[in-house]
Design a protein. Structure first.
Length: 260
């Protein structure tokens, strides 16, 4: 098992990428601390599946936009599991709205969830990692961290900031054998429960022919693709990789425009 003996904290673990990452880590032997804000029942269902795989699993409801709740999440996870070797900062929101319609409140909320939360969580887990001289911090970015696109000013700015933060952590804590990297998902087969975030994309359904033409590999990515990327960065197989990105986008970042 590639994560036997390791313990991981995964945010946004109740569904989609977070859920599959939790199950993938559990299959590889990691004990888990899982958090969600709006889906406690689904979170407990994920935890039950992880426990059936034979790993210790702690769950907590937390608003990761709030620093105090992030610090409490980490301290409660440490009390329940004893240590944290891996942080997967996955929880995020992705509203797509024209810049001139974005309110100050919208801007700050996206930054709080998509960027500030990783600062809060990393700062809380790092002391224990430093003491043991081992650790892996994984931020979940996206195409917004690679290229700009219309109607994504808040998400693009926050995820680009996350990439800068990941690199800074990697540089500062490499001396303690702590690594920090980012996974950038492309077009992934996730469920969208907030259709109001994607009003301008309603004409271009996910997985449509127009969208697939933009992807050299010719298919959508899956939650398994992203979970496996996180598994690699959490495991000792990536022990010489830090301050880097895995662009799990099917090659899409290479393509400037759709091809005929």
């Amino acid at each position: 098992m590639r994560l036997k003996g390791k313990t991981a904290l995964i945010t946004g673990a109740s569904r989609n990428i977070g859920r599959e990452t939790a199950l993938t880590f559990a299959r590889e032997g990691a004990d888990l601390a899982l958090s969600s804000l709006q889906s406690p029942q689904e979170l407990e269902e994920v935890a039950a599946e992880c426990r059936e795989l034979g790993v210790k699993t702690f769950t907590a409801t937390a608003d990761i936009a709030d620093g105090d709740q992030c610090r409490r999440l980490v301290s409660d996870s440490l009390e329940a599991l004893g240590k944290l070797d891996v942080l997967v900062s996955n929880a995020a929101i992705r509203p797509h709205h024209p810049l001139l319609t974005v309110s100050d409140e919208d801007w700050h909320r996206v930054f709080a969830i998509n960027l500030h939360s990783t600062f809060y969580l990393a700062k809380a887990v790092l002391p224990g990692m430093m003491e043991r001289e081992t650790g892996s911090i994984i931020g979940i970015g996206g195409m917004a961290a690679i290229t700009g696109r219309p109607d994504t000013s808040t998400v693009t700015a926050a995820k680009t900031g996350l990439w800068g933060f990941i690199r800074a952590v990697a540089a500062e804590f490499a001396q303690y054998n702590i690594r920090a990297n980012m996974v950038n998902p492309g077009t992934i087969d996730t469920s969208r429960r907030n259709p109001e975030w994607f009003a301008t994309e309603a004409r271009r359904p996910t997985g449509g022919d127009e969208q697939l033409r933009r992807i050299p590999l010719g298919r959508q990515g899956t939650i398994f693709d992203i979970a496996n990327a996180c598994l690699f960065l959490a495991s000792d197989e990536s022990s010489y990789i830090t301050g880097d990105q895995l662009n799990v986008v099917g090659g899409r970042y290479m393509v400037a425009a759709p091809t005929d």
